[in-house]
Design a protein around this ligand. Structure first.
Ligand code: NI
Length: 205
């Protein structure tokens, strides 16, 4: 075999090996996400909260009538993860069409220092007219996050004004009582899968 052919074969074998490892890693990560979703669903996630919406009105988990709650915790300065998940929530609402009226999308900030109701008002408006932003004091946000087992922390930075937040990223589907968890969707769950799960939940009401 000429050396050039051999080199080519080695390169192809290497490329195949690398793509196999990447594929395995992606499958493994997806399985981990699904396992995380299942284990979160199996325990009691969510609970009562006392927060302020983006118009400045006091709200609790019971403020949204008979609607199911679709809850996401994040912050307006988030460069990528939060906008992606909020866009996915908007896609879910679009897919649900008329049934979207039976679902209340909520965006709870984990950055109460910068995300005032006013800041949230401008932000949620970028995504959907029905998306409600929730703010609160540090203690109120901490209590809500604790109820939902949401992790968040300020990332280390040299720039105190431009800090980023580390945070877990799950979308929670809650029953109309506001405290019973129906499903937990890991980051990257396709909107049609979320819409399907919501339709099943709505059919069971
Ligand atoms: Ni984020």
């Amino acid at each position: 075999m000429p050396p050039r052919t051999l080199r080519l074969l080695v390169l192809i074998a290497l490329a195949l090996g690398v793509s196999a490892v990447i594929a395995w890693w992606q499958v493994e990560r997806e399985l981990t996400d699904r396992r995380a979703a299942r284990s979160l669903s199996a325990v009691a996630v969510g609970g009562p909260f006392e927060l302020v919406d983006h118009t400045g009105a006091a709200v609790t988990e019971r403020s949204f009538g008979d609607r199911l709650l679709l809850v996401y915790f994040g912050y307006t300065y988030c460069p990528d993860v939060c906008p992606t998940e909020l866009a996915a929530m908007v896609s879910v609402l679009d897919l649900l069409d008329d049934e979207a009226a039976l679902v209340q999308p909520l965006f709870v900030t984990i950055d109460p220092e910068r995300d005032t109701p006013e800041a949230l008002a401008g932000y949620v408006d970028l995504f959907h007219p029905r998306l409600v932003g929730l703010a609160g004091s540090e203690a109120e946000i901490a209590a809500a996050a604790r109820a939902y087992r949401v992790f968040y922390a300020k990332a280390e930075t040299d720039d105190p004004a431009g800090y980023l937040m580390d945070h877990s990223s799950f979308i929670y589907l809650m029953a109309a009582d506001g405290t019973t968890n129906l499903a937990v969707f890991p980051h990257g769950t396709p909107p049609d899968a979320m819409a399907d799960a919501i339709r099943v939940a709505l059919a069971g009401v």
